[in-house]
Ligand binder design. Sequence first.
Ligand SMILES: *[C@@H]1O[C@H](CO)[C@@H](O)[C@H](O)[C@H]1NC(C)=O
Ligand SMILES: *[C@@H]1O[C@H](CO)[C@@H](O)[C@H](O)[C@H]1NC(C)=O
Ligand SMILES: *[C@@H]1O[C@H](CO)[C@@H](O)[C@H](O)[C@H]1NC(C)=O
Ligand SMILES: [Zn+2]
Length: 481
Amino acid sequence: MSLFKITFLAFLSVVSSEFLWKHHNNEELQLVLEEIHEKCPNVTRVYALTEPSVRNVPLYVIEFSDSPGFHQPYKPEVKYVGNIHGNEVLGRELLLGLADYLCNQYLNHDRRIRTLIHNTRIHLLPAMNPDGWQLSTDTGAQDYLIGRNNNHSVDLNRNFPDLDAITFEFERQGISHNNHLLKDLTRLAAPLEPETRAVMRWMMAVPFVLSAALHGGDLVANYPYDESRSGAPVSEYSASPDDDTFRELAMTYAEAHADMADPKRTGCPVSNTDSSTSYNFGKQGGVTNGAAWYSLKGGMQDFSYLATNAFEVTLELGCKKYPPAEELEREWHRNREALLEFISKAHVGVKGIVSDDSGFIQNAIISVVNITGPVPRPIRHDVTTAAYGDYYRLLTPGHYEVTASHPGYFPVSRVVTVPHHQTVAKILNFKLEPTTSWFDDYTTFGLYPYGLRDGQPRIYKRSIYEQVTNMFLDKKETPKQ
Ligand SMILES: *[C@@H]1O[C@H](CO)[C@@H](O)[C@H](O)[C@H]1NC(C)=O
Ligand SMILES: *[C@@H]1O[C@H](CO)[C@@H](O)[C@H](O)[C@H]1NC(C)=O
Ligand SMILES: *[C@@H]1O[C@H](CO)[C@@H](O)[C@H](O)[C@H]1NC(C)=O
Ligand SMILES: [Zn+2]
């Protein structure tokens, strides 16, 4: 009897932890995540965002890390967000499958997955819009629009603060400030939905570096900006300062996907897509700039880039928004490599720690000038350091001058080469000197006019960009003298 019981229980636990490719409802979604956590307790954590959906469904996240719950220096954070449109469900199931795969492969000592989890903190939010999923599912799962919005009939991917408007206005005024723009927002166009607020708080709380939102209705990797500068509804390329990097991120997904980047594949039928101008994106490598397709305001992707340090792209995973359950496993095989490759892109470019004599400097500014070509080209989008003074600056291969600055310190610049085929970001640390030790202390400054104090040479290397700019200004000013 007891033997039977043990066998029976063992059988039960095997059955319950076997991941099935099917459409998981909102209760099952939570159970799947908790089962994965039970299987891989050392490298996972399941948590809910600060606020539930309108219909009170918690927004569950599973995190993979060798220090679940904690940010660590030099370890970039990545997120995937699925099912933001409730009737676009493939991303939701793929993220559950990805979570199960990461856990299993970790347990199987898969070297690639172990390395990924040891060096990256990965957060998966399978469903941002569980209420829309429910409505879509209850009404036959086939409608092009029903269930897209949340339970207040709001499209969550139009509900984020429109920071593009701010950055475009700054551009017109010649102001180069283009990061953490939430503080420059004076009013909201529409009230924030609970799902939007929850995700915004999450984005502000975790120092994400890389992110993707998973949609359906077409097959293309879409990168910022989503909003056109002129207001044109379609076909206006809207480049961000990190256009090269974004294109490379999008291409990483497209090229690792079974056929997203295949020029010979067929396009999606017009009636299926979000825009009036359906196009076979395979012909252009499976990627598109957002506004070059169609312009939208209030999207999560542009908000992420303009409010936080995270570079986000939007992945349209297929023509069918709600594919039948029989197709899910096949879709997993078509997307698996792309999902993994994209996460590993958090390790391109440079990263490092900014500190002074007494410790880490949080919120230091990292600015970059591209010195690959003959003319230095500033990339007008700075990133900032996190709690351990750590920063992550995604970049394409090339030569760069990176400057760390913070009010009260002398800025320091260093030149770095980002190689091709990186698996680990180049490490570039900065030690900053407070300006007070120079200017407030006249005696010290006066005694050591050559920049020597305590026997230590003081090196303040001025930015090459600054030097070039000054040279240019000097030339312009020469006639006046
Ligand atoms: C979790 O870590 C503990 C302590 O290092 C170890 O004994 C245990 O086997 C690990 N569990 C799994 C499932 O890896
Ligand atoms: C809100 O949810 C309820 C219960 O699921 C549903 O009956 C109603 O149609 C939903 N409303 C909208 C606008 O989605
Ligand atoms: C820097 O410039 C080079 C040459 O123009 C280019 O290939 C590279 O993508 C640029 N990097 C970034 C991040 O824009
Ligand atoms: Zn969508």
